[in-house]
Design a protein. Structure first.
Length: 229
């Protein structure tokens, strides 16, 4: 798509790990099952993010702690920024150690480039609160940003046409304009310079190396087909 010629690609993965640093391990003692669940991290997301960064020689930014300690994809005012297991006395510390530096590093890298397509890689649980999610992958974006909508539609359509059986949607199972890192960056950067999409994968497909590799390859192919070299 000629409209995106000259855009640099930046890859991020906010929920890459369920790691809890030793300094805070006592806060999460005895909850290994919780940390291993979708509430602790996004299984498969890091593998896909690494694949894309290597394939496109793009900068990659990766979260280093579990979202239960501090969620890098939520704003500092969000009531669920940290798990209830993190006391108020610790929240300011983890915000300063992990949340603020991560976001500042990404924004600094984006500002160094004239125009950017930012792809934030995530995965979602197949069932939430008893409800089955009826898609395999989705692009989240702000429909008030025409270039984001155009890119999301083009990528979705290419995947639907070229990957048999892959159910791809837009702004599902979340909407791309609710609180998140891309939403924050839209407030800081003009639409003419910044295009932010979240790629959401169903963990029924992204769990395990084989599934993650397959999704990484198909997303790479879609990006190569849609974004000009």
């Amino acid at each position: 798509m000629a409209r995106f010629k000259g855009y640099a690609l930046v890859i991020t993965c906010e929920h890459a790990t369920n790691k809890i640093p030793a300094r805070y391990a006592s806060l999460f003692r005895g909850v290994d099952e919780l940390l291993s669940s979708h509430r602790g991290w996004d299984p498969g997301a890091l593998s896909v993010a690494k694949h894309l960064a290597k394939a496109f020689d793009a900068p990659l930014f990766v979260g280093q702690v579990s979202r239960l300690l501090v969620d890098l994809n939520r704003s500092d005012w969000h009531p669920k920024l940290c798990s209830d297991r993190v006391p108020a006395s610790v929240r300011a510390e983890v915000l300063a150690r992990y949340h603020r530096p991560y976001r500042e590093d990404v924004e600094r890298a984006i500002r160094k480039r004239r125009r950017v397509v930012h792809l934030s890689i995530h995965s979602f649980t197949p069932v939430l609160d008893g409800a089955l999610r009826n898609c395999d992958a989705s692009f989240l974006y702000d429909p008030q940003r025409p270039r984001e909508q155009e890119l999301a539609i083009a990528l979705r359509d290419w995947l639907r046409q070229n990957v048999q059986g892959l159910r791809v949607r837009r702004n599902y199972p979340y909407v791309g304009y609710s609180d998140g890192f891309t939403t924050h960056l839209r407030k800081e950067l003009p639409a003419s310079r910044y295009v932010g999409l979240e790629w959401e994968m169903n963990q029924a497909l992204s769990l395990g190396q084989a599934g993650a590799r397959k999704l990484a390859r198909v997303l790479e192919a879609a990006l190569r087909a849609v974004l000009p070299a």
